[in-house]
Design a protein around this ligand. Sequence first.
Ligand code: FES
Length: 62
Amino acid sequence: MINTQNHPDRDKIEVAAGKTAWICRCWQSGKFPYCDGSHRKVNADTGDHVGPIGVTAGKTEA
Ligand code: FES
C-alpha cells in the first residue's frame, strides 16, 4: 500500500489509558491515522489482505 491520499506522516497519537486505538495500515482511511473500514474496499479491489493494528494504552504507575 502507498499513501495515495497524501496523509501527513504521523509519529505519535494519543490513546487514553486502557483504551484501544485502531490504526490504519492501508493509507486509505478518511479518518487517518485511525481505521474507518476503508481497507475492506482496498482488499476487495486489490486482493490484498491488509487491516488495522490495535494499540492499547496501559495504565502508568504513579
Ligand atoms: S482503513 Fe486503513 S486499515 Fe482500515
